[in-house]
Design a protein around this ligand. Structure first.
Ligand code: URP
Ligand code: ZN
Ligand code: ZN
Ligand code: ZN
Length: 467
């Protein structure tokens, strides 16, 4: 059965035009000038007055991640369902090799968690918790055979995921050979651990000290070091994850101005929330917003600079780093010691809406909105043109977005498995109206039709975003 999305305004990175989108089976069959689609046996979704955009791609999620002595509270089932509600039809989650573990065993464990449980399509990056000869060989195998073409390394979290500069350099050299992308958590974790111990020794145990012990300078320093190491690895492609601070952005911008294959993402929390207002909330409340990199000070220009970075493409992608923990029993593990609060914020459901506010506020064009939430993540991580674009032959992952609608964000209305919301009380312009994944309607007229098991694993190719 075919389906026609008629009367809408199709938005892509290169332009906006009125068109009717014909879906046949799992893919887009054709786009027609308004009203010019041939008559036929098809259902219709009326998109008059609405935007028709490629389904969102969230390139940074952590469903069920074991972290900080507990597990991220969204399973692949609940997290991908929430993603679908919010207009995200593909996630790229991080499979984990823990230190000492065989890389392929870590990957298998992630397949077991996800397979048959997802509401939308999913792919994996691989976290390397230890770079040694076996892990380097495994990188080649994952790129060649497993559809995994990006590897995350950590300059933070000593004793957990941390890699030293020698390990990072070796992984970058390998990636330069096999075509993979190195993703970097860029914070100087060794120096941070000193500051954390000093703060606790002083009795500074509240959540705000999580942010104060992870200063901007240590994000900028690590970002700089990662960029220089990638240079030594003969311009290995480098993608800085969850960039939060102006000075780190300056490092990325300088590398890009020099023509380097350096890219970065930011996340909605760094565009909207602050050290003082959220992390510094009274009592233990701020634990809800403990994440790394941390929220930055409202007395500096981070928000303005990050929005500007999105405009200039020094920030190419917006992901969520969705890593939810409930306040009760999970965030509470850090009562009396901020360093024991599990790190992470949930937001997979809200990224498309929160970034649309950039359009409403005149900070982003419609085209740039779609590019940062869908098209560039697809190109960056080897999913394009199957995903990230509305074109004949592409998967029919489509969102009908109503600019006249309103969205209320809060624990009472969201679908993530969290007992609080990082954006509680936000009343914002725009609304996800209908969602299709590979031609299947997941959401329409306020009713959810998706199901667990619909989502399939996506084998990714190499990035097609490199210069
Ligand atoms: O606080 C965060 N970001 N938690 C998730 C793990 C990571 O470093 O991305
Ligand atoms: Zn990270
Ligand atoms: Zn600053
Ligand atoms: Zn993350």
């Amino acid at each position: 059965m075919a389906l026609l999305i008629s009367g809408g305004t199709v938005v892509g990175p290169t332009g906006t035009h009125r068109a009717d989108v014909l879906v046949e089976g799992e893919t887009i069959a054709a786009l027609f000038a308004p009203g010019r689609a041939p008559d036929g046996d098809h259902e219709t979704i009326d998109a008059t007055g609405k935007y028709v955009i490629p389904g969102g791609i969230d390139a940074h999620t952590h469903m069920e991640l074991p972290f900080g002595g507990t597990n991220a509270s969204d399973t692949f089932e609940t997290g991908t369902r929430a993603a679908a509600y919010g207009g995200t039809t593909t996630i790229i989650d991080f499979a984990v090799q823990r230190t000492g573990e065989v890389v392929q065993d870590g990957l298998t464990a992630w397949h077991v968690k996800a397979e048959g449980n997802c509401h939308v399509d999913y792919a994996f990056h691989m976290i390397l918790g230890g770079v040694d000869d076996d892990a380097l060989k495994a990188m080649d195998q994952l790129v060649a055979d497993e559809g995994i073409s990006s590897f995350k390394l950590f300059m933070a979290y000593p004793g957990v995921f941390y890699s030293d500069d020698g390990q990072i350099l070796r992984a970058m050299q390998r990636a330069r050979e096999n075509g993979a992308m190195i993703m970097m958590h860029a914070e100087n974790g060794i120096a941070i651990d000193v500051l954390v111990r000093q703060a606790l020794a002083r009795g500074d145990t509240d959540p705000i000290h999580h942010g104060l012990t992870r200063p901007e300078a240590l994000e900028a320093e690590a970002t700089h070091r990662a960029i220089r190491l990638a240079e030594v690895a003969r311009d290995c492609p480098l993608y800085i994850v969850h960039l939060s601070a102006s000075q780190a952005l300056e490092q990325v911008a300088a590398a890009r101005d020099a023509g380097r294959n350096v890219f970065a993402e930011t996340c909605p929390q760094y565009l909207y929330l602050t050290l003082e207002d959220q992390l510094g909330a009274p009592g233990f409340e701020g634990a809800k917003w403990v994440c790394s990199t941390p929220l930055r000070s409202k007395h500096e220009s981070h928000h303005r600079d990050l929005w500007q970075g999105l405009r200039s493409n020094d920030l190419a992608v917006v992901s969520t780093d969705h890593c939810p923990f409930c306040f009760k029993d999970q965030k509470e593990l850090g009562l009396g010691d901020f360093s024991k609060i599990p790190n992470g914020i949930g937001g997979v459901e809200h990224r498309v809406d929160l970034l649309y506010q950039g359009v409403v506020d005149g900070k982003l064009t419609l085209e740039r909105w779609v590019e940062t939430i869908a098209t560039t993540p697809a190109r960056m991580f080897g999913l394009y043109p199957r995903k990230g674009v509305l074109a004949p032959g592409s998967d029919a992952d489509i969102v009908v977005y109503d600019p006249a609608g309103r969205t209320s964000i809060g624990v009472g209305t969201h679908h993530m498995n969290m007992d609080h919301s990082a954006y509680e009380g936000y009343e914002i312009a725009g609304r996800v109206d209908a969602v299709l994944s590979r031609g299947t309607v997941l959401l329409s007229d306020g009713t959810y039709h998706g199901r667990r098991g619909h989502g399939r694993f996506l084998r990714r190719g190499l990035s097609t975003y490199l210069s």
